[in-house]
Design a protein around this ligand. Sequence first.
Ligand code: ADP
Ligand code: GLC
Length: 489
Amino acid sequence: MSLAICAIASEVSPLAKTGGLADVASALTRELHDGGHDARLFVPLYAQIDRTGLTLHAVPNLHGFSVALGEHHYRFDAYTARLPGSRALVYLLDCPALFARDSLYTSDADEHRRFIALTRAALESCRHMNWRPDIVHCHDWHAAFAPLLIKTSYADDPALGTARSVLTIHNIGYQGVFAASAASDLGIGVPADRLEPTDFAAGQINSLKHGILYADAITTVSPTYAREILTPEFGMGLESALAARAADLTGILNGVDYSEWDPRWDRHLPIHYGPFTLPRKAALKQRFLSDNGLTTANDRTPLLGIVGRMTGQKGYDLLRGVLPELLASRNVRLAALGSGEAEYEQIFRELADAFPGRALYRHGYDEAMAHWIEAASDIFLMPSRYEPCGLNQMYSLRYGTIPIVRRTGGLADSVTHFDPLTERGDGIVFNDFDSNAIRWALDTALEWYADATLWEKIMRNAMRADFSWAGQAKHYVRLFERLAATKRA
Ligand code: ADP
Ligand code: GLC
């Protein structure tokens, strides 16, 4: 059965990306398209999107259409572009008043309205094109009002009234909370009694919670995270709302786009390698070290890599305590890339200052550098406090860069702790969020690394792990088909 799927997201690789959501929105759309489905992804045409080399086509019925949110009126134009390496279409919704800002996300007073407008504009686009999606797939809080809108404003609409909605939670830490006094920003047709009453009485509206209440199905990006968010520790206040929908909540592990992330053909690397050409990885590492001013005593000096948004989620609090002593006492090198909260950036800035030639910190967003660090490092650090899925640890496995992860969310579902007796497993997995546990993990990794034969065994295991989208997208298709079968006639 071929499905019509309208996906709405705030990011898409490679056009507009701050994290894994962009990779997932892009790869899943391409995979669904390749599977014969009419999958179309709607994202903002941010000012940051590099238009050189991008062919945009104006969509005839989507020129200058308006979206009214209370007293606010926005004019949208829609353009289509092909996702790289695919025939799948992305619809870029242009509204400079909303999307020409200094960054993709802002702390501006109208932040919630920017994405309610995106959601409305995507649904209006379906209507104007007279395109009837079977499924509206909403990613994160940015699109989380679509299920409620479909059940209220668009309930009698011929294009949208019968659509089934799916909310995918990529990160429950971001919920899109705004003041109840801005309720009219949802636009007409949403009765006040459909808004969640407890928050509303307390003066707030929580976007993500409305997705949880009204979506026909809810997914998150790993089976373990699907269980974790039902608990107060991980649910971030939404655990009760989720518990009420537990029967409709599933975890589907993200996939990896191996056309982008595989050392055998990675376009960012000058040297390619695979499981049978491992000496080339060593050559790449030497090149990386010397290009970046890091010194080595010999070939077997381990390089530790870190790539990520520098937020509390990623477990940098643990690294703050252990990395200085590690760099001071052991012969290791460190390469870190990322930006975010000042206190976490500071950790890596101080390390680079204190250990010149041993620690490198690259601030900012740098796609090529992310690939280089994945490929050149021996060990990848991802000790997250929580991790809905995580892509970098999966990328690391394919690069034979052994991940150290905490047993949480998608990290627990994608990395298996190596067992020297059975020689099974592909990483180092620790349980507790404390400095003893991370110290143990680092010591274990360095001890195993010192045994070149053992380490090569772990690398080979890691490089065999397969998280292709071809496999993961099937779970979405099964869910979508099941929901589409329940559509009202
Ligand atoms: P999250 O979505 O929570 O940030 P993921 O591991 O799912 O974590 O995905 C992160 C993605 O963003 C990866 O593709 C990673 O390479 C990329 N990334 C994160 N920070 C940077 C950066 N500073 N420069 C380049 N790529 C980055
Ligand atoms: C979020 C999560 C990350 C996940 C990504 C894509 O940003 O933090 O764990 O991999 O979304 O689903």
